[in-house]
Ligand binder design. Structure first.
Ligand code: HEC
Length: 108
């Protein structure tokens, strides 16, 4: 890499790091509305059956499993695999964005 390219890369990386820190949003690339409709279609019925109501108690219960944004993404991946939904990574991010903004509220 020549010096110019290196410098440009460093600046770009800095901007990305800055914008992530400033937005305080771990799943900024995900789309809230898409994630919401994905969860409504694929996930809520089973949670509601087991936890009652609209199923959201699973995310807000006192001893919930997910403790970090990384853990949230990992759990979404587990469900994705277990249910054989074949979601792509960007789709997992939509769901993560929705669940985080609505229930978990991790800011990093
Ligand atoms: C067949 C039933 C079923 C389906 C479908 C299902 N889940 Fe779950 N999910 C569960 C159960 C049961 C648990 C709780 C496991 C436990 O407490 O050990 C759980 C837990 C979770 C948690 C962790 C909650 C916590 O404690 O913080 C997340 C996040 C989650 N599911 C996301 C999803 C997503 C996203 C989908 C849709 C792709 C989905 N689930 C579909 C049964 C299901």
């Amino acid at each position: 890499m020549n010096t110019h390219a290196t410098r440009r890369f460093v600046i770009a990386a800095g901007l990305i790091a800055f914008s992530q820190a400033a937005s305080a949003e771990p799943f900024a690339k995900g789309d809230f509305a898409i994630g919401k409709s994905m969860v409504e279609k694929q996930c809520i019925a089973c949670h509601a059956e087991r936890f009652g109501g609209d199923g959201s108690a699973i995310y807000t219960r006192e001893n919930r499993m997910v403790k970090t944004s990384r853990g949230l993404l990992a759990q979404i991946r587990n469900c994705n695999t277990m249910l054989d939904l074949k979601w792509f990574e960007d789709e997992e991010l939509h769901v993560a964005n929705y669940l985080n903004k609505t229930y978990y509220k991790f800011d990093q």
